[in-house]
Each structure stands twice: as structure tokens, then as C-alpha cells.
Ligand binder design. Structure first.
Ligand code: PHE
Length: 339
């Protein structure tokens, strides 16, 4: 019995001193298959029944005590190691972050969308959002784009698996969502991302941004469209720029037009940015096609409207004199910090 007592004492002393490696051999030494305590238990076969019971119990108790001590020591050692590691990795905030903080800024595309939006807000437009994943109905059919029209080509449109849904190729489906949920008078813009399946180069990107505009009411005419777009251009670029309306074609507007603005870099004389034409193409627009009004159950006899779609990257490139659209998406801080 004295022997067992001293074994416990001795083991505990060793455990207290041990590191993670030593602790494993202590375990083997005392409670392993040929460990000290296991030996004692084995040697009991020659003892009296009484001794067997008494010494056996004590030896088992000792085994439990030692094993518990070992587990406790292991936990403590692991904690110590972790704390040491954390201490080493600890960041010194007082040293790394100091006044004045470096200020972030909006991405030039977001900035441009905000600038466009604030001009239209001042002209009485509200702002709506539409989903980027659309169905054929919203992106094409409701906009009077027939089944076999080239605009629907799978080559140009990113269809989702199953071909039921697609990534919107323009913000015009936003017109349909707005008209489905609101009654005239409507005066709204829908900014957002659009997607086209095309290779990127200096002027093309598979993802870009548009701001859609829509106004529907009784007695809306092309004159209202001209007034709003010329107000916008003058507010956005300055009062001295000329704009012109050129006849164009979109399925969802009739008549349709494209708006050009006199090049602000050469004042119309012709330069690299306007490719010597003196004019820059700004946006597409027109009077909402009666079929579009019918698609949302509007009375196309009673109501008329106009719509327009502004290419945000185009406008930003022109405003800031940027000649490669890809710069917007590379997230190079040397570029972004200039805005
Ligand atoms: N959705 C057209 C495009 O992506 C632009 C547009 C919008 C034209 C509204 C007319 C009216 O090219």
C-alpha cells in the first residue's frame, strides 16, 4: 500500500514537469500494458482474496488518479502553446492604424450612376430596381421583341441552365416591372447591371451598366422626351454642349432615336475621342411602343410614354476621358484613386 502511495506521488511530480512528448511516455510507464500499476495488478494472482481485493482497488484508484492528472496536464500544455502562438501573432493596432485614416471612395461607375440619378431626381424621377435574372417574357416578349429576332440569339444572351431564365441584356425589362406594379403617371429610372455574351475589348465588356428611363402618362409626346434628355445632358455635362437626335430603331419604341452630344473635348471640331466626327453617341430612346403598353394591360389609346437607355460606362469614359472600358473592372488602385 505504501508502495502505491509513493508511486502516485512520484508520478504526479513527473507529470507536473513534463512536456507534451514526455507525458506520453509517463502514461506508458504507469498505466501502459507493462506499466508499473499493471504489473502490480498482475502480481496479485498469488495473494489472498482479501489482499487481491484491497490492493487491486488501490492500484485501480491510483491508475485513475494518474490518468486524470495526465489529461489535465495535457490540456494545460495545449492551452499554453495556443496562448503563446496567439501572443506571437497578436497585432499591434496602435502601431498599424493611425490618423489620418486613408479614405476610400466610390467606384467611378457607382459615382456616375449616382450623378446620373441625382440629375433625374431633380427632374422629378424616382428610382426603381429590377432583377438581373429575367425570363424571356420580361427581357424580350413584353418589349415587343419577337421570338426569332436576332437580339434573342443564344450567342448574345447568357441563358441559365434550362433556358427558362437569362441574365438581362438591358435594363428595359425594368420598364415592364414598373408598369406592372404602378399606374400612370410614371416617371422613373432603373439603374443596374446588364450582361451580354461578347468578347471584351477596349469598348466592350460582357457586364456593364445602364440607366433605363421611363415616363408614361396622358399626352406625353416626343417633345417631353427631347426636353428631359436635353435638360439631363446640360445638367450632367454643362450648359454649352449641343445635342442631336438621330433616327434609329428599337423594337420597344416607335419612333426611336439615338442621342449624340457634341464632343466636349474638341467642341465638335473632331479629335481622337470622338473619332474625328465631332459627336459622341450618348443613348438610345423613343416613344414607348403601343404593344409594350398592351403587354402590361395599359390602355394604349389613353396613355403614351417615352423611354431611354443610357450606357453608364460610355458616359463615364467620355466624362473622364478614359479610352479603355476594361480599366473599370481591373480594380487597380492607381486607376481608382484618381476619382
Ligand atoms: N435597351 C436599349 C439597349 O440596350 C436602349 C433603349 C432603352 C432604347 C429604352 C430605347 C429605349 O440598347
Amino acid at each position: 500500500m505504501n508502495n502505491i502511495e509513493s508511486i502516485i506521488k512520484e508520478a504526479i511530480l513527473q507529470i507536473k514537469e513534463a512536456d507534451l512528448k514526455a507525458i506520453e511516455s509517463i502514461k506508458v510507464k504507469y498505466s501502459g500494458k507493462s506499466g508499473v500499476l499493471t504489473q502490480i495488478l498482475k502480481s496479485l494472482s498469488n495473494c489472498s482474496v482479501d489482499d487481491k481485493k484491497r490492493i487491486g482497488q488501490e492500484a485501480n484508484k491510483a491508475k485513475n488518479i494518474i490518468e486524470t492528472e495526465i489529461e489535465l496536464r495535457k490540456e494545460a500544455l495545449k492551452k499554453e502553446i495556443l496562448e503563446e502562438k496567439m501572443q506571437k501573432e497578436k497585432l499591434d493596432y496602435s502601431n498599424k492604424f493611425y490618423f489620418p485614416f486613408t479614405k476610400g471612395s466610390f467606384h467611378p461607375i457607382i459615382q456616375t450612376i449616382q450623378d446620373i440619378s441625382s440629375v433625374f431626381k431633380s427632374l422629378g424621377f424616382s428610382i426603381a430596381q429590377g432583377p438581373e435574372i429575367e425570363t424571356n417574357w420580361y427581357n424580350f416578349e413584353a418589349l415587343n421583341i419577337p421570338q426569332n429576332h436576332p437580339a434573342r440569339d443564344v450567342q448574345d444572351t447568357f441563358y441559365l441552365v434550362g433556358m427558362k431564365e437569362l441574365l438581362r441584356t438591358h435594363t428595359s425589362p425594368g420598364q415592364i416591372h414598373v408598369m406592372e406594379t404602378q399606374k400612370p403617371p410614371i416617371r422613373v429610372i432603373v439603374p443596374g447591371k446588364v450582361y451580354r455574351n461578347e468578347a471584351s475589348d477596349a469598348t466592350h465588356s460582357a457586364t456593364f451598366h445602364q440607366v433605363e428611363g421611363l415616363s408614361v402618362d396622358e399626352n406625353i409626346t416626343f417633345v417631353d422626351l427631347k426636353a428631359v434628355l436635353s435638360d439631363f445632358t446640360h445638367e450632367f455635362f454643362g450648359t454649352d454642349v449641343d445635342i442631336r437626335f438621330r433616327p434609329s430603331y428599337f423594337q420597344f419604341t416607335e419612333p426611336s432615336a439615338e442621342v449624340d452630344m457634341q464632343c466636349i473635348f474638341c467642341k465638335g471640331k473632331g479629335c481622337r475621342i470622338c473619332k474625328n466626327s465631332g459627336w459622341i453617341e450618348l443613348l438610345g430612346c423613343g416613344m414607348v411602343h403601343p404593344n409594350v403598353l398592351k403587354a402590361v394591360n395599359y390602355d394604349s389609346e389613353k396613355y403614351t410614354g417615352y423611354a431611354f437607355g443610357i450606357g453608364v460606362e460610355r458616359i463615364a469614359m467620355f466624362k473622364y476621358g478614359i479610352d479603355d472600358i476594361r480599366l473599370f473592372y481591373e480594380n487597380d488602385l492607381r486607376f481608382l484613386k484618381q476619382f
